[in-house]
Design a protein around this ligand. Sequence first.
Ligand SMILES: NC(=O)c1ccc[n+]([C@@H]2O[C@H](COP(=O)([O-])OP(=O)(O)OC[C@H]3O[C@@H](n4cnc5c(N)ncnc54)[C@H](OP(=O)(O)O)[C@@H]3O)[C@@H](O)[C@H]2O)c1
Length: 425
Amino acid sequence: MTRFFTQLHSSNAARLNLTHIQDIFPPHFKPGLSTAVHNQSLPLKISMVTMRSLFHLKEQDRIGWIGLGQMGYNMAQNLQRYLASRSLNMTVWNRTPEKCAKMHHHGAHVAKSLEELVAQSNIIFTSLANDAAVEEIYEILIDLAGQVDHSIIFVETSTIYPTLATKLKERLAVTPQHTYLQCPVFGRPSVAKAAKLLWVTSGDEKAIKKLCLYFTTMSRQIIHLKTTDVAKACSFKLVGNFFVVGSMELLAEGLTLAQKAEVDEAPVLKFIETLFPAPSWIEYSNKMAENPVQPKSKSVLSSSSSSSSSSSKEAGFSVDLGLKDVGHMRQLALETGASLPSADLAYGHLKTVQDQGLGHQDWSTMIRSLKIAPTPRPSVDSTVLSTHSQQDEKRATHSRSEKGGSNNGDFWDTDGNNHPPAYDS
Ligand SMILES: NC(=O)c1ccc[n+]([C@@H]2O[C@H](COP(=O)([O-])OP(=O)(O)OC[C@H]3O[C@@H](n4cnc5c(N)ncnc54)[C@H](OP(=O)(O)O)[C@@H]3O)[C@@H](O)[C@H]2O)c1
């Protein structure tokens, strides 16, 4: 032990104040919340192995970042902030070079080419829009990685289909000194900005342990899947996103019902906040509402900005990207024999919005498809209809005559038959 500290003091690492070892962790990170590999009682009982790797950061780790979109920029900014506090800098590259300027302002070095970034980095993060972009960029990266002597850990954070992750890992394995990690993230750009992402890891455990500190600079919690099967992290991400989009489908339908039934929106939002106080429910119901309310408290996956009414129109996750994710989860369901009817519905609603030229808008815009587009009458079990039909038909006829006309085709039967509403009771 004494010898270890003597060595530290004689190295560059001695610049770190050993009495303030907690400084090396980002202040927001809660190791106790994490299932991190080295999470026990951090930072007080930090292991000697971790300690040693931390003190060697300065000499060894050269971080590169590819993809400075909404997620990539916010994540990279937090990591760069941490590195800068240790007098380190990352190297960045983005297809549209103008987007690198802000990172340059934060102290990052801007690579002129992917070749330069690969030559300078031994850890490379990627955050790219979709499978095609990831495949295209990794084609180049794998080729370049085959030409360098040093080893590189690639950390792919985009939401991609599981088989692509496996393919990239296998292709990279041709040059055995390199490592491929698949680490998708949960949380919108505003959550990424607040360094509160939920980070998921898969791949080589040693590499994950080495990089854990960096992950904590961008996230609030880490879920280690503890598997070298990188496809699993992609499947996990799709399962997680299914819960999100499934909730959105439910909210969109419920809020549309409230509007059509002329139930005031504010008490409905209040009801959701009280009965279903999940961050995503509160956030998306507010985004879908025409008059969002201010939530009382901040949540783990929300940041102050993401929840405010002013940001309710923020394009955090676009309809285009949403269709990509929902398409992936439906494909995964097809391949595995699962059934995802809610995802099928959500896909249709997102597609309608995209067809209206709104693919760039936040995916909560899917509610438009329910509110505006003609909705086919859902099919109903004939026994249910026969039980209620006479009573319902009377009530429906009465309601239509009270409103002074026939139905306008957006909730009732689209074939012109005046059947009762499917779920009226
Ligand atoms: N937004 C969210 O809420 C959220 C949350 C969790 C996970 N994700 C996932 O994170 C990833 C990034 O999402 P985002 O919201 O940051 O998307 P984004 O804002 O659209 O950014 C996409 C990034 O990919 C780059 N890109 C696209 N096509 C490319 C190509 N062919 N070659 C090179 N670069 C290319 C873009 O470069 P340019 O700047 O040149 O266009 C940009 O840097 C996606 O996989 C998404 O599913 C998003």
